[in-house]
Design a protein around this ligand. Sequence first.
Ligand SMILES: [Zn+2]
Length: 479
Amino acid sequence: MRICRLGRDCVKASASGKRRAVRAHFALAAGLFLCLAIFLVPGASAQRSQLRPGWNAFTPQEDISLGKRAAADAEKQLALCNAPRVDAYLTQLGTRLAQKLPTGGVQYPFEFHCVNDKAINAFALPGGYVFVNRGAIEAADNEAQLAGVMAHELSHVALRHGTNQATKAQAAQMGLGIFGAIFGGSTGGALLTQLGTFTAGGVLLRYSRTAESQADVMGTQVLYDTGYDPRAMAQFFEKLEAEMKGKNPPEFFSDHPNPEHRVERVDEEIDKLGGVPSNAKRDSQEFEAIKREVLALPVVKKPTPGAAGVVAAPAPPSGKFAAYQANAYTLKYPDNWKKYPDKDGGGVSFAPEGGVLDDGSGHSALAYGLIVGVAQAKGDPSDSNALDTAARQVIQGLQQANPNMKLARQSERVRLNGQPGLSTYLTNDSPAGGQETDWVITVLRPEGTVYFVCVAPQSAYSNYDKTFSAILDSVRFTK
Ligand SMILES: [Zn+2]
């Protein structure tokens, strides 16, 4: 699960020089304009930035249905604060902010939840399901700063950044058939279903830096329009930056550059809005009371995803093998495993009884077994780098669907049924709890990229290693 990268710089460094120059120019022009405005249009200021959602294959209604499912899932997986007064306060504050949010006429069913997690963070799922960590409330100096974080999150909802990212990810996968193979259904339908689960929701929460910057600008406008000090959001981010210096930064801070650009962009927007109002609201007694209540909540350890139920390990793989024949290849698999063909992707999965787990919301995830897929190869197969490219595409596709999947070892050249292939080891969160090992073998064939993904929890991998090797040794490509 990935969460919104609060505190991360959003402005590209290369654009900074230009921006500074533009800003100086703007200040001069604004000065002139202001002189005229005194006589002509009292109170007129420069136009605020106009932001609109980007390219999106989903409808706003789909944002809501996706977000609703992912939120139901998140509520099961996360430890919530279970503090009715805190939730009521977040709802009241969030609703006030949401009323000033430019949603283009879409009625989002906003919901606000307090998460019992000390990490300073917050995230919003498409459709308006906002989760605020207790850590963010505890770290905020005043109500305006908390409002700033929430306004930033709400802006991601209005700008539909989650499904915009998913649209881009989906486009990148077109022709690869990865989603079909992994999720065992039609590509688009399966993507929609899978995105509705919180674990897969990583795709929905992986914003670009541009998206972060847009959320900053719109968040500033929302703060301004609700009467809060519009500097509060950027101040909160700066404070986080300062506090993290010299310490081991959490994941979302690890690659943050140039915080001053973030503040600079926010300041620019405040200028456009006409400056900080003299009566801007900063704090409330209510916030201070809520913060005290949150600080007194018991600390809950984060549950491991998938660890909610006790999952019995599957029976060991049988030494006897059954045969499987596809168009492009044949292979043998343990005869106590079942096969799960993918209707349209040409892919198939093999897993023992208990190897496919419910992720808690009716969606299946493979914890033990093998996935075989055939993806359309892009590029020239006679190119000596084509295999590397194909393997990279396969791994990128897997990572899109599994945001926590990481390379464990550099790829190595291997042979499979005499064909050159690439062997890559990855790690990922296991649906059975803890980490899993994913061994991926990629081979280029005339019909496309054929890939084999061997999956088992790290703790049990040594019991499956031999079986995976035996399956791969049995592979025969047809023709
Ligand atoms: Zn963000």
